[in-house]
Design a protein around this ligand. Sequence first.
Ligand SMILES: O=C(O)CCC(=O)C(=O)O
Length: 266
Amino acid sequence: MIDQDTRTAYQRDGAVPLRQVVSMDWIERLREGVEENLRQPGPYAKHYTPEGNPGRFFGDYCNWQRIDAYRDFFFESPIKQLAAQLMDSPKVNLYHEHILVKEPGTKERTPWHHDQPYYPIDGEHIISFWIPLDPVTQETAIEFISGSHAWGRWFTPARFVDSKTHAAEDPRFEPPPDFEAQRAQHRVLQWPLEVGDCIAFHGLTVHGAPANASPNRRRAFSARFTGADARFVLRSGFMSPPPPPSGGPTPGAAMDSAAFPVLIAA
Ligand SMILES: O=C(O)CCC(=O)C(=O)O
């Protein structure tokens, strides 16, 4: 159960840490899933570390249909109930999982961005749970700009490989400011995390993550969900993940479909 203070913090800040909500059994299964994913990357896998640079920044998403550990986590773990409570939505759909692995010594930052402009989704009910599979110290912890989900601004998606913006043409989009240079103007939230903790954040909360200069791996599993008011839309230009090749909803409709199954029915 999510207490009222946690819900208030999520609504106010757009990001909130949840302590010891993922059991060690699930962490172990997700770790196995990530290793399987690294051995057998999916069609969308990305290597963000340039050839010859130390470490490795690897990303992949939308593999839950072929990696049992991921699918079981969505369908069988209690995470979907946390999504319902924080979104305040009677319905929860699986959106996708996104793994982001930074091996020790990785120099690449994750650029400041927010997620919803990448997605073919409109509506308020979009939530991610950033679940570390290794302990995360202050130096490697993902960062969030407090309250940015409520600015009513949509920033053009940034490319993780070089921080340049994607070709995206939605009339709502504006070029992202240099958040790194503006840090002092914002309340930047960052929490060291133990394994079992996670951070819940809204689809419009601006966030980024440091390099991994530590001697430890930084494997993260982001579990993403939508709620009752989410609608599938086709944006002109870049979308990530791309709209599903099959099994997706009709544009303008609710997400309910084979691609985005209902996990909790309204
Ligand atoms: O783990 C990271 O480096 C970034 C995570 C992220 O951007 C996300 O989960 O939306």
